[in-house]
Design a protein around this ligand. Structure first.
Ligand code: DGL
Length: 261
């Protein structure tokens, strides 16, 4: 059991930011990553569609005999986890609750902002999770729909991305937020821009890091840490070559093989 891989899925490339953190924190674990590149983005789809995609992605990874499942995608975590937990008897780690815990721990003013896709923000999953931990924290939710396509296009340092960050974060001015949660797989890649825009007095909290820690805790609690050989496999639902090229940029390391699911 311990030697089985951990399954990770995302709507596409973005979840590689979660894989990167898992590799850092749990370097001994075998991983199987599935990116649903044929159907990305999830962030502007309906609740029913996102839930169906999440169940299908989970089934694909369960067929690969994984020992635990990480829902790297914030949008799929917001809409799909309940149905997944009803359907599959396997530890499922999502990003919303670990992210909520991390942002609550980071705030002193008890005023936080959450950035995410339209669907994640509409679900109110983050404010609900934050209020379940501490009802006195006020949450400013900001949908940032244009950031994902800009980042997917590799425009990380581009003036257009800087401009959109400025635009989306303008609503935080004067709100007294001292912590902002990156509630989307892609945003850690523009963390520098967000930090520069907000200044040093606002803590930037990454749900990818928080989720990786949560995974480590689940593996320890269930005595599931791998002690044997490890490998990392990648699967996508669309063109493997494009994923491989862009994914190497995301991960800042080479990806030797990407398989078509
Ligand atoms: N992976 C999605 C998330 O974290 C962002 C990309 C998409 O819209 O599919 O919410």
């Amino acid at each position: 059991m311990r030697e089985r891989a951990i399954g990770i899925f995302d709507s596409g490339l973005g979840g590689l930011t979660v894989l990167r953190e898992i590799e850092r924190l749990l370097p001994e674990e075998s991983l199987i990553y599935f990116g649903d590149t044929a159907r990305v983005p999830y962030g502007n789809k309906s609740a029913e569609t996102i839930e169906r995609y999440a169940l299908e992605n989970a089934s694909f990874l369960l067929e690969k005999n994984v020992k635990a499942l990480v829902v790297a995608c914030n949008t799929a975590s917001a809409y799909g986890v309940e149905a997944m937990r009803r359907t599959f008897q396997i530890p499922i780690i999502e990003v919303i609750n670990p992210g909520a815990e991390a942002v609550v721990a980071a705030t002193r003013t008890k005023r936080v902002a959450v950035l995410g896709t339209k669907a994640t923000i509409a679900s109110e999953a983050y404010p609900k999770a934050i209020h379940a931990i501490d009802p006195s924290v006020s949450v400013l939710s900001i949908a940032c729909p244009l950031l994902t396509p800009l980042i997917e296009e590799g425009m990380i340092e581009h003036a257009a991305t800087r401009l959109m960050v400025k635009e989306y974060l303008a609503g935080m001015k004067g709100e007294g937020c001292d912590a902002v949660l990156l509630g989307c797989t892609h945003y850690p890649l523009i963390r520098n821009l967000i930090e520069e825009e907000l200044g040093a007095h606002v803590a930037v909290v990454d749900s990818a890091i928080a989720a990786s820690r949560a995974l480590g805790e689940v593996l320890d609690a269930l005595d599931l840490r791998n002690g044997g050989e490890k490998r990392v496999d990648f699967f996508v639902s669309d063109d493997p070559t494009r994923f491989q090229r862009a994914g190497e940029g995301f991960l800042q390391r080479s990806i030797t093989e990407v398989n078509r699911a």
